[in-house]
Design a binder for this molecule. Structure first.
Ligand SMILES: Cc1cc2nc3c(=O)[nH]c(=O)nc-3n(C[C@H](O)[C@H](O)[C@H](O)COP(=O)(O)OP(=O)(O)OC[C@H]3O[C@@H](n4cnc5c(N)ncnc54)[C@H](O)[C@@H]3O)c2cc1C
Length: 289
């Protein structure tokens, strides 16, 4: 494999040239918050491409057509972007709860996806929003794929995260449960995107992390809310569906009983937050009993 060499391209043309010329293994480093801390994931040979100076890979655009986020955009920039917070509040909320100020200032969205951690906080929102990834392959060619089809071992660079306008629903929220209030890797995290009008849900999409090797959609929970009026019976059906999702995802695990209970509280907070309601209001308190 030879010694490790590091390249810091400044634009896509230079990056593509490096990729197509590289004979051995190629790895990328964004903010380094996973790679450097974990140590064992730090490559010892081949080419390491540092993305921190890539012009054009750190940007956010959010308009009626949808949202586009460069792969080297920091989590702090995502948390602070006002247009994005209006268009997809759940993503801004997930970013604001990711690590500490120092971590958010370095960590990138591309690294959060590529690191493929089961509890990665941005990923449930991206899965629920049907995100697509604009990638660059080892051959230097561009390709686009659904976030669910991304596999880190294929060596694709995530150049851009694309959230098509028709995948964004007007109400959204993200909540997480960790071992402490700050600087906490999620024990469970969950994102919801929904249509809601005249007291009734329309389309609903829900995805959760830390329930399996990668964040996944929760179809039983989605079906329990979709088309339902916001009332006691619907919330009880939703909580029962969430418990069913935990049973299906992690049967027999030590954490099953704990996560079954925890997801109920998270689920009610999630719905209340997405609709701008008080999670301690009577409707939610009654549903929790
Ligand atoms: C103290 C601490 C607290 C943390 N808290 C949280 C938390 O609350 N929530 C959370 O979700 N995460 C948390 N993390 C994990 C980490 O900060 C995030 O996953 C972060 O988004 C990783 O981004 P990065 O740019 O630093 O990745 P890096 O460390 O640079 O890279 C991680 C992996 O992704 C690959 N990679 C990076 N960028 C790209 C790209 N554009 N295309 C393809 N591959 C790429 C690298 O090759 C590497 O394999 C925490 C980490 C630490 C150390």
């Amino acid at each position: 494999m030879g010694e490790l060499s590091v390249a810091t391209p400044i634009d896509t043309m230079e990056l593509r040239t490096l990729l197509s010329a590289a004979a051995g293994p190629v790895n990328f480093i964004g903010g380094g918050t996973d790679m450097l801390i974990a140590g064992r994931t730090m490559p010892t040979g081949g080419l390491l491409i540092d993305l921190s100076r890539m012009a054009g890979m750190a940007f956010i655009s959010a308009d009626d057509g949808g949202i586009r986020i460069g792969g080297a955009t920091t989590v702090a920039a995502i948390a602070a972007h006002r247009g994005l917070a209006m268009r997809l509040p759940a993503l801004a909320e997930a970013a604001a709860q990711c690590g500490s100020v120092q971590i958010r200032n370095r960590a990138t969205i591309g690294g959060n996806i590529a690191n493929a951690a089961p509890a990665a906080d941005l990923v449930p929102v991206l899965v629920a929003a049907k995100a697509r990834l604009g990638c660059i392959g080892r051959d230097g060619a561009s390709r686009e794929l659904a976030i669910c089809d991304y596999a880190p071992d294929r060596g694709y660079l995530i150049a851009e995260v694309i959230l098509p306008g028709d995948g964004l629903l007007p109400c959204s929220a993200f909540v997480k449960l960790g071992p402490r209030r700050a600087l906490s890797i999620s024990r469970l995290n969950i994102a919801l995107l929904a249509e809601f009008q005249d007291g009734r849900f329309g389309d609903v999409r829900i995805a959760a992390g830390a329930l399996g090797p990668r964040p996944l959609r929760l179809p039983l929970a989605e079906a329990a809310l979709a088309g339902s009026k916001l009332e006691h019976a619907a919330l009880r059906a939703f909580l029962s569906a969430l418990a069913g999702e935990v049973d299906a995802a992690i049967p027999g695990r030590n954490s099953q009983a704990y996560k079954r209970r925890a997801i109920a509280g998270l689920g009610l907070d999630l719905v209340a937050q997405a609709l701008g309601l008080n999670p301690r209001g009577q409707l939610f308190e009654d549903a929790a009993e």
